[in-house]
Ligand binder design. Sequence first.
Ligand code: ADE
Length: 419
Amino acid sequence: MKYDIADLSLAPEGKKRILWADNDMPVLASIRRRFAKSKPLKGKNVSACLHITAETANLARTLKAGGANVVLCASNPLSTQNDVAASLVKDFKIPVFAICRENRSTYYKHINAAIDNEPVVTFDDGADLVNELHTRRTKDAHRIVVSMEETTTGVIRLRALANVGKLKFPVIAVNDAASKHLFDNRYGTGQSTVDGIIRATDFLMAGTKVVAAGYGWCGRGFAMRARGMGAIVIVTEVDAIKAIEAAMDGFEVMPMAQAAKVGGLFVTLTGNKNVIRTEHFRAMKDRAVVANSGHFNVEIDIPALKKMSKKINRNVRNYVDEYILKNNKRIYLLAEGRLVNLAAAEGHPASVMDMSFATQALEAEYVIKRQSNLAVAVHDVPIEIEQQVCQLKLKSMSIGIDKLTPEQVEYLASSGEGT
Ligand code: ADE
């Protein structure tokens, strides 16, 4: 078995984390038990470019239980949990190509190793693997039956490809499923972003002016959780509807140019580039902290920050770089502008990844069963799968809900009754 990881001897620690996470992933575990019997992915080569975490390990185990030949590579150079990678290889016999802090060339070498697996199904978190199949590895695109996309940024990239008629195979926007983004993007990002910032800085949130750039599901989650810890939260937006929503949710809303002057902690969650840039850094207070929780490390204009700085003190604390500007103000950049929740913390908690990865696993099964019907396009997850995941999750939480009475079903289906 070929693999490339940091250190196989870390496997015992990784195994403990995988099994600990598994305790909080009951929906995925129930799917794994079923897959082990029915083998819906029997003999299928599957390559997954995902954050290599304990939660992803449990997805990979599920796909393998379903009969797939799974190979994993990282979807971010900083998010790999080396001990988990080691355990996947040693204890679960799943090849992994991922090393935390790998450089760009190793990152792409690893994606290419995953493509060498000749996948028919791929999983992406950010569309880097699919992008490789549309650029440097086009000869391998013909095998792909379906590709699953986990995150908002990836779905945006795939829709852009589809819009110019260049998409080469069907993809599923798993991110857009209610069973994914309503919970993972909101509560997962909300908690894990706060977690990453606190682990990196040990700063007190209470009383801090926190600027959340972006009020999508991730921004909403982060703003809500920062407020819950006593921060005074300001939201910046480019979308009028989301800006009103933030204002009516009780946040201050203002342009970044204004927020830059008052904020103590800035977090980007937009999916766009250069959201915090030269003029904003220039306006910031001494010792402002800047972090990113969007998929790529482009939301903060780091080259501009470097250019404005007379000195950079790397690693003044783990995951904290100090930039000293020419006007002597200090700005602290967390996790090199990469996903702070996965770099400085452990990503979203297992309980919420349970829903995202259960959606992924069920969708893979669904598509493989019906593969011949799928057009080359970006597809949504069917509502039945979203419902199934949510029902299983409710059951695991011991929460019961009501059923429509026959009279209510009839009422909803009719237009007759009014005032
Ligand atoms: N994305 C966000 N959190 C994650 C986690 N814990 N595992 C895999 N992908 C993630």
